[in-house]
Design a protein around this ligand. Structure first.
Ligand code: FES
Length: 151
């Protein structure tokens, strides 16, 4: 059993912003194929600012704690700021994670980026660099309503 900080335990036992957001402006689902954990992140955006975020995580305690604190870290931030959230910052905010649990914080970073990517695709038709042709992990791409194709 790895040693967890009090903050990790707190966010694990009392996760913030858990749940679905039916009217989200961006939704991202990511998974780690090795451990099988899945994280879904929802964001609501007004005037370029993330005004609300929710998550659903099917995974380990560290994955729950990192997604929980990630929602707190991005609420109130602009899209430009939120996209810079790194897994190291997430782990720092939790007073650290055991080395074998750092990948859980990476999942949180990826979930945030995936939700932002979805928001950008919906609003501008252009996603984050390198994420436009994302395959696999995400659930189903419900809309194909972009104005133009890729090629
Ligand atoms: Fe996979 Fe934590 S063990 S996200």
């Amino acid at each position: 059993m790895p040693q967890y900080s009090a903050k990790v335990m707190d966010h694990f036992a009392h996760p913030r912003n858990v749940g679905e957001m039916p009217d989200a402006d961006g939704v991202g689902t990511v998974g780690n194929p090795v451990c099988g954990d899945i994280m879904k992140m929802y964001i609501k955006v007004r005037d370029g600012v993330i005004v609300d975020a929710k998550f659903q995580t099917f995974g380990c305690g560290a994955a729950i704690a990192t997604s929980s604190i990630s929602t707190e870290m991005i609420i109130g931030k602009s899209i430009d700021e939120a996209v810079q959230l790194t897994n190291a910052a997430v782990a720092d905010a939790l007073d650290g994670l055991p080395p074998m649990k750092m990948h859980c914080s990476l999942l949180a970073e990826e979930a945030v980026k995936s939700a932002i990517n979805d928001y950008l695709l919906r609003t501008t038709g252009v996603g984050l660099p390198g994420m436009e042709a994302k395959d696999g992990a995400a659930c189903d791409h419900h809309h194909h309503d972009m104005a133009h194709g890729d090629e």
